[in-house]
Design a protein around this ligand. Structure first.
Ligand SMILES: Cc1cc2nc3c(=O)[nH]c(=O)nc-3n(C[C@H](O)[C@H](O)[C@H](O)COP(=O)(O)OP(=O)(O)OC[C@H]3O[C@@H](n4cnc5c(N)ncnc54)[C@H](O)[C@@H]3O)c2cc1C
Length: 302
């Protein structure tokens, strides 16, 4: 089978992957980005806490990033990767279309998949009241009633943060799973706790208007923050033998964004929270520079 070789291959066309491409391609190595920007977490997001561009639409931000990556010399392939394996001293990548590529330097920037409630209306109302990120969207709900759904410290932290913005904060938890310190803080706060409850319905046509709980209670809220954690790219990482961090959910990297495998780097959400564009592009920059240097070093070897 025909296999094209690139000095650096980047998996993922979100902020981390595209920033890595910009920095790697400027170092005169061949760079291929494989991934679909429309599947990036940022694509449908309204981003107003990123310092460095006036663009607030995630789709627009990604278009700017992709144009810059291509101007720097990177090639972009809008495909998903289905298989990834180590072959002798290189890494082989196979796309959903059956194309195969090889590289010495691989950057994993495949993001995360946020755990969902999987309720009717949830997907449709993302950005119109449904959010997975208090840091990103919390200030948009100033003076409005909101709910947070989840059991862990991220959910409790999100509810406590929202007290500063919202007129009323409900926390809906099947069973709280936090340490005593956080449990005390929650008890002393104005958060209205609905423990032992589940959300059965998100109400609203063009924007969230309320929630229905499994005991029949109806809550009037304009925002619902779903804080149920996220899945990382454990499958891909596991098959290659890449080590995960202490949480066993994200890829473990050092300050050079190196994983435990030679020539394999990771950047962005896939390396763990905070799940933010600013962190992703910072890590992408480092990964791009380091991967390009590694690839250039390999080229010099006979
Ligand atoms: C609703 C919402 C609002 C948000 N608001 C903000 C905000 O206001 N401010 C902020 O800073 N952040 C915000 N975020 C978070 C931000 O979008 C992420 O932190 C950022 O997009 C992470 O970048 P990334 O490149 O690591 O991953 P992503 O942007 O998720 O990109 C991952 C890429 O990998 C690709 N990929 C995955 N699997 C494969 C595969 N098998 N083969 C090939 N490609 C693959 C995907 O298609 C995608 O191109 C928000 C997120 C959401 C969901």
């Amino acid at each position: 089978m025909n296999e094209k070789f690139y000095d650096v291959i980047i998996l993922g066309a979100g902020p981390a992957g595209l920033q890595a491409a910009i920095h790697a391609a400027r170092r005169k190595v061949s760079v291929l980005v494989i991934g679909q920007s429309a599947k990036s977490s940022a694509y449908r997001a309204h981003i107003d806490n990123f310092c460095c561009t006036a663009a607030q639409s995630g789709a627009e931000l990604l278009k700017i990033a992709r144009d810059k990556a291509e101007q720097a010399g990177a090639e972009c392939l809008e495909k998903d990767v289905m298989a990834l394996e180590a072959e002798n001293d290189a890494y082989a990548v196979e796309t959903a279309g059956g194309e195969r590529f090889k590289t010495h330097a691989l950057i994993l920037a495949m993001g995360i998949s946020r755990n969902k409630l999987n309720l009717k209306g949830e997907k449709e109302l993302v950005g119109m009241g449904v959010s997975y990120c208090v840091d990103c969207d919390g200030p948009l709900f100033k003076g409005e009633p909101v709910a947070v759904v989840g059991d862990g410290s991220a959910a409790v932290g999100a509810a406590l943060t929202m007290v500063f913005y919202a007129s009323e904060v409900h926390l809906i938890s099947g069973k709280l799973d936090v340490d005593d310190f956080l449990a005390d803080k929650l008890r002393q706060s104005d958060v209205l706790l609905h423990e032992g409850r589940k959300v059965t319905e998100i109400k609203g046509d063009s924007a969230v208007s309320g929630l229905i709980l499994d005991n029949g209670d109806a809550l009037t809220v304009t925002g619902v923050f779903i804080e149920l954690g996220a899945k990382g790219a454990v499958d891909f990482a596991g098959k290659l033998g890449i080590l995960l961090d202490d949480t066993m959910k994200y890829i473990a990297v050092n300050r050079k964004q190196e994983t435990n495998l030679p020539g394999v780097y990771a950047a962005g959400d896939i390396c763990g929270p905070p799940w933010q564009v600013a962190k992703s592009v910072g890590e992408g920059c480092v990964a791009g520079i380091e991967a390009a240097a590694y690839a250039a070093g390999r080229k010099k070897k006979p």
